[in-house]
Design a protein around this ligand. Sequence first.
Ligand code: BGC
Length: 347
Amino acid sequence: MKAMSVIPGKPDSAAAEEVPDPPESDGSILVEGLLVGICGTDIEITRGYGQPPEGQQRLVIGHESLGRVLQAPEDAVVNAGDLVVGVVRRPDPVPCAACAANEWDFCENGRYTERGIKGRNGYGARRWRVDPRFAIPVPASLGDLGVLTEPASVVAKAWEQTERIAARAPVGGRVALVVGAGPIGLLAALLGVQRGYEVHVLDQVTVGPKPQLVAGLGATYHHGAAADLDLRPDVVMECTGIGQLVIELAGKMAPAGVMCLAGLSSGQHSVPVNLDAVNSELVLENAVIFGTVNAAKRNYAQAVQALAKADPGWLGGLITRRVPLDTWPDALTRQPNDVKVTVDLTD
Ligand code: BGC
């Protein structure tokens, strides 16, 4: 069968390659792959992030999955014909305290694996298998939009952790600033609106689908420099991974503000920073800046709920390009109006 495979660190190696059928050791649920979403991590894998399964050179990528169940054991949470998404991370073999508690997203020793990213083949194949413990049922009503479940799970964790941290202070501000209007930023804005926040989104572009998608949520779109923003947000969701923005926004938060870093930085950009000024801004305002990665199983369930509540027309607007499996490497080249690009595994 065909699969989306790549040698990590070799961008030219990305190809639709013939691979053996998925091994039973991947799990007892057999799935027909429908769609895979592409994100910045996939592009980073072609540049050297991630690793293939032990002893292999190539990695089947694809961690934002959507498939239809072909066969499932009787006691599984899904039946033949159901839509399903696979969890990305697998607990480390030790396991550490976090993995032992099924909170692999907090793995302490880094020995976790991730499907399509680190040490395990992913879901970018015509057929894949998954263990029932790592299968997330998706309602038929979501259809293709179910491919947004994994990125939405990352955002659901980001909001869950942000609100846990915010709850330490008896203040009730509800202004949220999302930085970056890519798929993660737009989903963060959606979940913020669903939680009742006054949501603002900052990005650079003035044309293309992003300003309209933000307006479609009833949120406010801003463009330009973070330093020029006339806003004191209680929550900042940083979704670009641009380190400099963290420093620029640290002093703009409302008292007891929480800044969640959900974007992973891949650059090496450095700027001189007055860290003592940043220190006093954070101390005197009881502010918190924290990072978040991946998602626990409950966050996938929260993601499915959030997507099911959202306007399907709006969610559909996030998927701006669909590429057939045979030419999937085209999905790795960003085009100006891209928001979420998907690969059609049935085409
Ligand atoms: C994925 C996460 C993963 C992270 C780090 C992200 O793109 O959505 O599931 O943990 O990359 O590998």
